[in-house]
Write a protein that binds this ligand. Structure first.
Ligand SMILES: [Zn+2]
Ligand SMILES: [Zn+2]
Length: 358
């Protein structure tokens, strides 16, 4: 079958190959025919080595499709079922799961060293244990979450990562208070989802910060009350908060420099929400005086910071009721054969989300 493969970490192009096979089918596992997958910024971060990922690998972790085969012992799923691919499945049995923090379950990472694909040339991994830039993936049954028939595959794919991450950061992690002031730094698909979440919670002011003009325009359409380039943030802070700083600042880039900016633009006693996925060797500096004296809360948000399945259901309910716009996040569509175009659209910041049709 066909899949897009990165041969070595650091390369910037994928090769679409026909000789890839999804491996690992057996008891407790399912085979999924991928129909749509979004390109998430983390895919690029895995390709360039910011996020740890053995190579060669098939990127893609934000996907949806149909079950084609179920392994022994799999109940609740059957061929033909429509599913979201969840890259962070909950085992239901560990301490984190029992506390209801299924986003912290590590069970899905236990297979991280196991290849998901093979080619005549050798083993191939799947990013985050999935690898949805492929016609088929084999995953644990817990990674295939059924979706209602009225949710199209392209929308379902977004729920698999970006939307859950951004929306959850506002709804679960920050639990934004009505009437508050919010700034969101980084307005791709995840940042826009955080903006939609802040709007749902009744934030009075939402300032979108992004260097790309088209993203700033999008942010305004999705509920931001103001959109500025990074060098306009100081003025926006002055206008919106009289210089005090925002009640909530979301860092949706994943770099210490933007996290530091976000910290400085959070008011004393306010909340910095760290959403971006950054590198292990990128350190955020805070001095011990400001840390205690300014009493700013730093809240990291992993995959939306809440129960994953509950987050999916809530997103679908909000989408169905027309309270959030998911279709509008898909600004570009390409077939798998043109995957490198999608990578360029992400790198130049012209896309919120590119849907790759498989
Ligand atoms: Zn668990
Ligand atoms: Zn992602």
């Amino acid at each position: 079958m066909r899949a897009a493969v990165l041969h070595e970490t650091g390369q910037d192009k994928l090769e679409v190959l026909d000789d890839v096979e999804a491996v690992g089918f057996g008891p407790g596992r399912v085979r999924v025919r991928v129909r749509a997958t979004g390109l998430c910024h983390s895919d690029l971060s895995a390709m360039n080595g910011v996020l740890p990922q053995p190579a060669p690998f098939v990127p893609g972790h934000e996907g949806a499709g149909e079950i084609v085969e179920v392994g022994e012992g799999v109940r609740d799923l059957k061929p033909g079922d429509r599913v979201v691919v969840c890259w962070l499945p909950a085992c239901g049995a560990c301490a984190a799961c029992k506390r209801g923090q299924t986003e912290l379950c590590l069970a899905g990472f236990m297979n991280a060293g196991t290849p998901n694909f093979k080619r005549p040339a050798g083993d191939v991994f799947g990013f985050a244990g999935t690898g949805t830039f492929a016609e088929e993936v084999v995953v644990d049954a817990g990674c295939a979450v059924p979706i209602p028939d009225d949710v199209p595959f392209d929308i379902a794919a977004l729920i698999g990562c970006g939307v859950t991450t951004g929306l959850g950061a506002a709804l679960n992690t920050a639990d934004v208070e009505a009437g508050s002031s919010v700034a969101v730094i980084g307005c791709g698909g995840v940042g826009i989802s955080a903006i939609q979440g802040a709007r749902l919670k009744g934030a009075a002011e939402i300032v979108a910060v992004d260097p790309v003009a088209s993203r700033r325009e999008s942010a305004l359409r999705f509920g931001a009350t103001k959109a500025v380039a990074p060098d306009g943030l100081a003025d926006a802070k002055q206008q919106v908060t009289a210089g005090e700083g925002f009640d909530y600042v979301f860092e949706v880039v994943g770099r210490s420099a933007t996290a530091r900016t976000a910290y400085e633009n959070t008011r004393r006693g306010g909340t910095l929400v760290v959403v971006g996925a950054g590198a292990m060797d990128d350190f955020l500096q805070l001095n011990m005086f400001e840390l205690f004296f300014d009493e700013k809360r730093i809240l990291p948000s992993m995959y939306g910071g809440g129960d994953v399945l509950r987050s999916y259901e809530r997103t679908i309910a909000l989408w169905r009721a027309g309270r959030i716009d998911l279709a509008g996040l898909i600004t570009h569509r390409v077939p798998l054969a043109d995957i490198n175009e999608a990578l360029d659209q992400m790198r130049t910041g012209t896309a919120l989300r590119t849907c790759i049709e498989i």
